[in-house]
Design a protein around this ligand. Structure first.
Ligand SMILES: *Cc1c(COP(=O)(O)O)cnc(C)c1O
Length: 704
């Protein structure tokens, strides 16, 4: 599913879809008015599935209340769907678009007014079901009265008698001729007077606005009048589409009321003028700014043979947790809970994933092509960084950054880079690979992250850089680390290999230091179908150097300026990543939902849970690591309960055979972490049932 914000260049596609849509019976050719996307430029969405447009969501944005309105200023709003959309598809569409508003607009609320089903070729209440699943509550009741021309209700005797009275009084029907603005002005005066006297409101459109509308749409907007001698005694405006005549601005003065003017007018419109239409719509019957139903009006409209249709508006509080639960997961009870079901994860991107791969196969171009440059642009844009340079993997991304910085800054082999002692070994290997000296610092036991006080303890005159790792997906305290680095003229390089999508304030991980490395290893929050990685940075020179370094040190083929390496992401992986990137925020929200469920649900005195940052966006839960002094027992207990776990990581780097030069240091916090941590399953495709299974199993553990 791909969501694209509407821009005026898409007007043709938009209006074309409206015409063809399931709700089109009503909506088509309303392009000229309510549903023309120009009205919704600020936050209307177009939803694609597999490159095919499947839904439109016209909407307006009110930033002061962070609210999305699906119908601002309209009678009808809601999702415009293609024919044949199933309930499951609608659920997914609603979920995706709600996530879009939350992620991109930081929306907090939505007011949603569905299109009444009477207008659609088949019932279209699937979106209502989605709203109920999203805990929507009723905001306003609304009733609209519609005459189904093929099967109208009987016109009431009272109305027929009124029409007869009108004829007896020599009232007659007239239509305003084009551009007869004097007549329009006279009617607007009557309308304004009637509305003010009876309802204390003014017409929504001023005379000038209505004149402009009618001059622009002479075929679609008509004014019908009832006259006595030559005076206007009643009238209404009709907005005409191919199948619906939409009546608005009905007014009748004293004489018109006494003499049955509207009875005559509507009998004429229904029985004569618009009898070949599908519907005649009398619009809503509310009073006091839409606050109350006007039952009298509803009764009158039904008197003309109309049926009253309910189309209430609903208010949703947009919390990612609730949105995350919109689409029910199929029950898969009693099966093993895998630590990470990559097969299920990737299947959830089908058929897009296979199509992306096939597209590359067919293209005949496999390295350094348009998929790579496309994803680089999209990811840089997502992170907010000026540059994204794709490379072979996360380790090489780190290595390329450090090697290039070393070159550009004339660092020497004994220049020191401070790294957290509890990181994945790649962080440290990269420092070595770049010909620099890694220096370990103890993490905080609270969040397992780099701690500025510990950094201070190991800093020397030779320190040139800090290499904080957003371990397990949680952003380090970059404010403190950057301040420290500024003070001591150090470069800050982020290892963001576990933190795709995490945010500190309004900046993404990957845009919080001088440069950052990402890994797209398949298990990462944004994962390829093989190896890939990238560097993000705002530094032009650094980006250019890295781009050369990754390509044999060359800008131009066979001209090698630097002692480079070969580190690339291939076109297939780039195409795959491009399919997955748009769902990253939604996937992270699901991870957070699971994490929160664990934190709330797991109550076992033997287990220390990770904390949720006050701003939840700081954590994307690549790993949900708990700590316990009974790790081996808990691990085998969970295995017995059908739950797989993993240790991130069992041996600290300074105790690895590969890094003997780091051996022998006293790092008690690091050692405690490595002795006690255990990672519970977490992934965007875990079902609610699986999550509950894990909670129950951990709670059932005791040490005996
Ligand atoms: C995964 C990871 C890397 C290395 O990424 P690869 O793509 O596997 O080379 C580096 N640092 C951290 C913290 C990681 O989790």
């Amino acid at each position: 599913m791909k969501i694209v914000q509407y821009t005026p260049q898409m007007a043709n596609e938009w209006n074309g879809f409206v015409r063809e849509s399931k709700n089109g019976t009503f909506l088509f050719e309303r392009g000229f008015m309510d549903y023309h996307a120009d009205r919704f430029e600020d936050c209307s969405l177009m939803i694609y599935d597999d490159e095919e447009l499947v839904a439109l969501f016209p909407a307006n944005w009110v930033s002061s209340t962070q609210t999305v309105y699906s119908h601002q200023g309209l009678t009808y709003g809601g999702l415009v769907l293609s024919t044949g959309a199933t309930q499951q598809q609608v659920l997914v569409i609603v979920q995706e678009l709600l996530f879009w508003y939350v992620d991109y607009l930081q929306a907090k609320h939505m007011v949603y007014k569905p299109i009444p089903y009477i207008y659609s070729a088949c019932a279209s209440e699937e979106d209502l079901y989605a709203l109920f699943r999203a805990n929507a509550h009723l905001q306003t009741r609304c009733v609209s009265s519609v005459v189904t021309m093929s099967n109208p209700l009987q016109m009431r005797k009272l109305r027929l008698r009124g029409a007869k009275k009108a004829i007896d009084n020599d009232l007659y029907i007239d239509r305003m001729t084009d551009e007869d603005w004097d007549t329009l002005a006279a009617y607007w005066e009557l309308l304004t007077q009637v509305l003010e006297e009876n309802h204390s409101v003014k017409p929504v459109h001023t005379f000038e606005e209505m004149k402009l509308l009618m001059s622009r749409f002479p075929q679609q907007i008509k004014l019908f009048l009832v006259r006595s001698e030559r005076r206007i005694v009643a009238g209404c405006v009709v907005f005409i589409t191919r199948q619906v005549a939409h009546i608005q601005y009905i007014a009748s003065g004293e004489q018109g009321k006494e003499q049955g003017a509207l009875d005559l007018l509507f009998r004429h419109l229904i029985n004569e003028r618009f009898k070949s239409m599908a519907y005649l719509d009398f619009g809503v019957s509310t009073e006091h700014g839409g606050n109350y139903l006007n039952e009298g009006l509803i009764f009158q409209k039904e008197g003309f043979g109309a049926r009253s249709v309910c189309y209430d508006s609903y208010e949703l509080d947009l919390s990612p947790e609730i949105i995350g639960q919109l689409v029910p997961q199929t029950v898969r009870a009693q099966e093993r809970v895998k630590f990470l079901d990559l097969k299920r994860l990737n299947a959830s991107f089908e058929p897009l994933l296979t199509e992306a791969v096939e597209g590359v196969v067919r293209s005949g171009w496999y390295l350094q092509g348009t998929y790579v440059s496309g994803f680089e642009a999209h990811f840089a844009d997502y992170i907010g960084a000026k540059h994204c340079v794709l490379c072979g993997n996360g380790l090489e991304a780190l290595t390329l950054i450090l090697r290039s910085l070393k070159r550009l800054n004339w660092w020497s082999d004994d220049s020191e880079v401070i790294v957290p002692a509890n990181t994945f070994i790649a962080t440290i290997l990269a420092v070595k690979e770049a010909g620099l000296t890694p220096v370990l610092c103890e993490p905080s036991l609270k969040d397992y992250l780099m701690d500025v006080k510990a950094v201070e303890r190991v800093r020397t005159q030779r320190t040139v850089a800090l290499l904080p790792v957003h371990l397990y997906g949680r952003v380090c305290n970059m404010t403190a680390l950057n301040a420290f680095a500024d003070e001591h003229h150090l470069v800050v390089v982020e290892d963001a290999a576990q933190a795709h999508g995490a945010m500190l304030g309004d900046r993404h991980a990957g845009h919080l230091g001088h440069a950052a490395a990402f890994s797209f290893y398949p298990a990462k929050n944004l994962g390829a179908l093989g190896d890939a990685g990238c560097v993000t940075t705002d530094d032009d020179t650094l980006a250019e150097t890295i781009r050369m370094m990754a390509n044999y040190g060359s800008k131009e083929k066979y001209v090698n300026e630097l002692p480079g390496m070969n580190s690339r992401t291939d076109e297939i992986q780039a195409a795959v990543l491009d399919v997955k990137l748009p769902r990253l925020d939604a996937d992270n929200a699901r991870r957070r939902w699971i994490a929160r469920r664990y934190i709330e649900g797991i109550q076992n005195p033997l287990v220390v849970l990770p904390s949720m940052p006050r701003d939840e966006r700081e954590h994307v839960f690549y790993v949900f690591a708990i700590r316990t002094g009974y790790r081996d027992q808990l691990m085998s207990w969970l295995k017995g309960q059908g739950i797989d776990t993993i240790i991130h990581y069992p041996i600290p780097p300074h105790r690895q055979q590969a890094l003997t030069e780091l051996a022998g240091q006293s790092l008690p916090v690091t050692e405690q972490i490595h002795r006690e941590v255990l990672s519970l399953p977490i992934s965007p495709v875990m079902t609610d049932e699986e999550v509950e299974q894990v909670v129950k199993a951990v709670n059932g553990f005791n040490a005996e």
